[in-house]
Design a protein around this ligand. Sequence first.
Ligand SMILES: Cc1ncc(COP(=O)(O)O)c(C=O)c1O
Length: 489
Amino acid sequence: MVNMSSTTNQRTLLSKMATGDGHGENSPYFDGWKAYDNNPFHLTQNPQGVIQMGLAENQLSFELIEQWVLNNPQASICTAQGLQEFKDTAIFQDYHGLPEFRYAVANFMGKVRGNRVTFNPDRIVMSGGATGAHEMIAFCLADPGDAFLVPTPYYPGFDRDLRWRTGVQLIPVVCESENNFRITRSALEEAYERAQEDNIRVKGLLITNPSNPLGTILDRETLVSLVSFINEKNIHLVCDEIYAATVFSQPAFVSIAEVIEQENVSCNRDLIHIVYSLSKDMGFPGFRVGIVYSYNDAVVNCARKMSSFGLVSTQTQHLIASMLSDDEFVDTFIVESAKRLARRYTTFTRGLAQVNIGCLKSNGGLFIWMDLRRLLKEKTFEAEMALWRVIINEVKLNVSPGASFHCSEPGWFRVCFANMDDLTMQVALRRIITFALQNKEAAVLPAIKRQCWQNNLGRLSLSFRRFDDFTMSPMSPHSPIQSPLVRAT
Ligand SMILES: Cc1ncc(COP(=O)(O)O)c(C=O)c1O
C-alpha cells in the first residue's frame, strides 16, 4: 500500500525521473485500459465485460502468419529444423544487426510503399519498437529543453516516448475538424512562433502518416509543403510511417521517401528521418521490431551505437528475415491484410451510420475517429470526460477520448476495430448503437430508426436482426435486450 510518507521517502531515495509522472500513465488513455483489465470482455465467460477498443492492434490476418510459421519451422530456431542455426543465433550480438534482417526489412519497406522507392539496408537501425525508435531519434536530434512540433491530434505515447527520458518538449500544432484536421502552413507557423516567444528552440517537426488517431493519410501536396517548411526553418522532419501498410483504399499512401526523391522538391536530406516498426503493418507489437531510417549519416552512426540499449533479439531478427524474404508470402499478406481492414472499416462505419454516428473519412490505420460531439452536454472537455466515463462504465467499451490525443475540440473518440474477432466487433457495435438510440433526440435519427425508436423494444430487436444480417454473421447470443442500458429503459 502506498502512503504519503513512503511516497516522500521514495522521492528522496530515487531519481526525479523515477518518481515523476513523465510516463503519463495517469492519462485517461491508460485509465480505459485499467477498466478493461479489471473486467475484460469474453464472448462466453464474461459477456458483460468491457470490450477493449483502445488498443491499436492488427489481429485480422493472424492465421496467415501462423500458417507461414508452420510451413517454415526452421525459421523459429528452437525447433528440430532450426537447431542447426541455434548456436550462431544465440551468440550473435552485433548492434548492426543481421545483414539478412536489415536487407529483408529494407525490402519490405519498399514493398509496402508499392516499390515506388527503395531503402538502403545500411541505413536501417533497429530499436525496441517504434517506441524505442522515437526516443533514439529524440536523443540524436535534440537536447533537453529543445522541442518538436507535433500536429494534433497525436498518439498519446509520444508524450512518453519523446519526452520522458530525453527532457525534450512537444509543442502542439493545432489542427481542426473544420478542414478535416489538415496540417496547414499557418498552424505550423503559429506553433513555431509560440515556441520562439517562449525561448524554446525548435529542432523538428514530428508527423504520423497515416495518422494515429485519424486514420487519414497526408497527400503529396501537404508533404511537399512540410518539406519546404522544415527546410526554411532548418529543422528536422521525423515521419512516423508505422501504419503504412494499413492503408486499405484509395488514395494510395505516399511516403516521405517518395516526396524527397521527386525532382522538383528541394530538400536537405540530412533533415529527414523515418520511424518504422512491424507492430502495426504485420501485427507484431510483441516482437519489438522498430526501425530508424535516417538520410543523415551522422544520425545513422549515432543511432546505431545507441541501439545497444534496445536491440531486437537475434532470434527475432532471424525469424523476421526469413519471413520477410518470402516474397510470395509478403505480397499475399499485404494485399489480404488491407482487404480485411477495409471490410472491417466498412462494416463498422456503416453500422454507426445507421444511428447517425459519423466518423472522419479515413482509409488507413486500425481505428476510426468517431464524432460524438452532439452527444456532449456542452462543448467542453469536462463534458467529453463525462461522456467517456459513461461509455466505459455503462456501455462497457474502452474507447479513447480525444483529449488524450491533445485534440483541440471536445467530442471526438478513437475506436480501434482490428484487435477483435467478428463476433466481438458485433457486440461492440450493438452496444454503441443501443447507446446512441437511448441518447439521441428522435429528431436527429434517420427516418427508419426514428420509427423504430418510437415503437417498442421488440421492434428495436428486429432492427438489430437486420443489422446482423447486414454484417453477415450469425446472431450473437448477447442480444441488445440484455444490455444494462436497454434494461434500464
Ligand atoms: C503512431 C505510433 N507510433 C509509435 C507507436 C509505438 O509502436 P511500437 O509498438 O512499435 O513501439 C504507436 C503504437 O500504437 C503508434 O500508434
